[in-house]
Design a protein around this ligand. Sequence first.
Ligand code: ADP
Length: 485
Amino acid sequence: MPEYKLYINGEWVDSASGKTFDSLNPATEQSIGKFQEGNEADVKKAIDAAEDALEKWSEMPPPKRGLVLLRIAELLKQDKERLGKLVTTEMGKVLPEGLGDVQEAIDVFEYMAGEGRRLFGHTTTSELPDKFAMTIRIPVGVMGLITPWNFPIAIPAWKTSAALICGNTMVIKPSSDTPLCAIELVKIMEKAGVPPGVVNLVSGPAKTVGQEIVKNKKIDGLSFTGSRETGEWIMANVGVKKVGMELGGKNPIIVMDDADLALALDGIIWAAFGTTGQRCTACSRVLLHKAVKEKFMKMLVERTKKLRLGSGLEKTTDVGPLINKAATEKSGRYVEIGKKEGAKLLCGGEAPKGKGFFFAPTVFDGVLPDMRIAQEEIFGPVLSVIEIKNLDEAIEIANGTEYGLSSSVYTKDVRNAFVAMKKIEAGITYINSPTIGAEVHLPFGGIKKTGFTREAGIEGIEEFSHSKALYIDYSGRLQKATIDD
Ligand code: ADP
């Protein structure tokens, strides 16, 4: 069994605890390797290394840092096949999506490399004569990056690429379900010439490694993607740091009576059951116009029943496993809750017998907007269909959860499209395409209880840097801003 180490100050080292844990292939339940169970002492060492490396890295001209990022993108490209397979093996998503995970990492490193020649501030006017004003971007400092397992290379890549180009140094804590994907990304960074101490990786439990990163006062900024519960705990314990939060979603797709139903069906199947429903942007609610409901439900159930469960490495598989046993139990629990609430189970609803953390793609009809299955994030292949009479009602229901990440409307009516784009409370709205498929040069993030972060795009730069105001007074006398008048 291969054993993997922590990466601290440019060296691969054992954890202080001397303990290890396993990462399982969710399709087979077999271990793919042993990983260090880091603890608080390891995090402190990693933070010290990041602190020591900060001055030199942040002083390097950003276009030069950009060249390091480009090399990372290049190495990812060369290794894409192997890494895509690793994503599928460690996380479970089907191979085309595993490769997509790596592609997203390539895209974001390429994009952020270019940002090294921009990192724009702005120049502006001054209220006083002979005075010049502008802003520049400065690094946050030492950052903690806490990542989930559902995009095990792409999310660490989103965070590290932006953090690196802005001149920060960092400690990454990957999810214990997918440590190897993050380790492979860090190995590529090492090979690409990221200097020792700039990127450190400490695998291990949330309670020790995660909580130390959150609470440690030497960490200047924290970027977190994960569950709502953890996000709330972090907000209550993080102290004064620059914080980024990307939590869950309960993303709706509205299907209007004038929609192209075949197109909507393709989109819904992909958004609800792609990645086995484990994207933060996965569609878990279809708000379906009553005029097309009967016809569309038949199409939806027929297609859902045809989806083939299996290992993501098999070409014949449409839907891979969930990440772990707890996830299958959670989906099962919500199916029972849905039934008890009076929703009608049309297909799926069970975990098949045998090895692997599989769960059948599930559709509930007759769901009411305030049922728990329509309100709470399940993070599995469980889709709720809610009937709507018109767009106003659909938007009210779409907005009637605590989350606000992604959303979508299928319609041929330009008025419907524009009203929905304006009124849906979400960080992302798609027209005639599903709730998933973000591009790396646009901001990604949500509102309400989903969080307040924007990653990727220019906004991603803002997330990983501070804006600093500069005033240059060349009048030769003391000017006192507004009180001079
Ligand atoms: P998920 O269900 O997506 O794994 P979690 O919020 O449990 O969501 O985990 C996301 C990441 O946050 C993981 O790397 C996990 O280990 C870490 N984590 C969980 N709880 C805490 C915590 N209290 N403090 C810091 N990190 C945590």
